[in-house]
Design a protein around this ligand. Sequence first.
Ligand code: CA
Length: 378
Amino acid sequence: MPTIDDVTAIPLRRELDERFANAQKWIDSREYCLVRVKAGEQTGWGECWGPVAGNRELVEEYVAPRLRGRDPTNVEQIHDDLVFELRSSYHSYVPASVVGGVDIALWDLRGKLRGESVASLLGGRRRDSVRAYATGHFFRDVDSFDALRAAVVEEARGHVKAGFTALKNKIGLARHTPWGREEDIELVRAIREAVGDDVTLLTDANHAYDAADARWVGRRLADLDVRFFEEPIPPEGIDQYARLNDALDVSLAAGECWAFEGEFRRAVEAGAVDYLQPDVTSAGGITSTDRVASLARSANLQAFPHVFGSAVALAASLQVLATLPGEPLLEFDRTPNPIREDLAVEPITNDRDRVPIPDRPGIGIEVDEDILAEFRVD
Ligand code: CA
């Protein structure tokens, strides 16, 4: 087996034609820090969560020297060693995004070296395609609430016309717009009226609310038959989550801001949510996401991975989704994003409301080197 001889961080960035917002921030560009790990003739690809700044330096200056010479198929050992060493070096701050980027690249590499898909290495596929929900319906640069509602409703109708049977919209307007919780509910009501009762609706507040507003909004979302209310409150408030989960009829979902098994275990033990949403790029890679999925299974909860990345994150998430029991849903970002759409030689696309899961070695995609060069910013 060849040993690891190169670990490189590759920063990608693309300005968007039109900016959009969630409750946290305006988004006017998409940027990613990919991780490329080479062993002999094989290459594995991973992706870190978040800005390039920080991730790039840690991958190249801290991780690369520790990985060179190691057996790339010892993925869980390397993952655990990396977490241990990063904790020693950075104490309470363990950069899970860096661990995630490296871990995904190692799983891809392990699969390619063994000639097996990651799903196969994780125990085998339960499905060849997965039902996807259309993530979108972000806030726009408009002057009136009527214009925002019209844009969001038009978008929802478009997704249903394209075959989607589940949609997720954004609420939490008060932080970045002149509107507030009344209009948040009005957005969901307008989508429900436009698409009818048969479409599954999910709603995401990006932890915008205080406890009282979260309860007020959650009660109304239950009346609109929302399947889950995502990140109603800040991620560190595990006990507040548990109280909210007890008080509300609508199910709660969270996890994109939690990392490694320990944070998810605390949430499970507190009864914080019904749906765990680990993200392969931010929770600590495929290793951590698979461990969180096992934790969910042992607690009789569903894990629905969070996905908002490039084609690498999407492909890695699909490999995990292939293995999950029950009826998992893929978060399928529908915002315009050339890095997500063009980076893989064979793009991952939906067929109505399902997304086929590649069944090739590793995470199942081939990175287009020309597109990579086009978006590379170093
Ligand atoms: Ca979210």
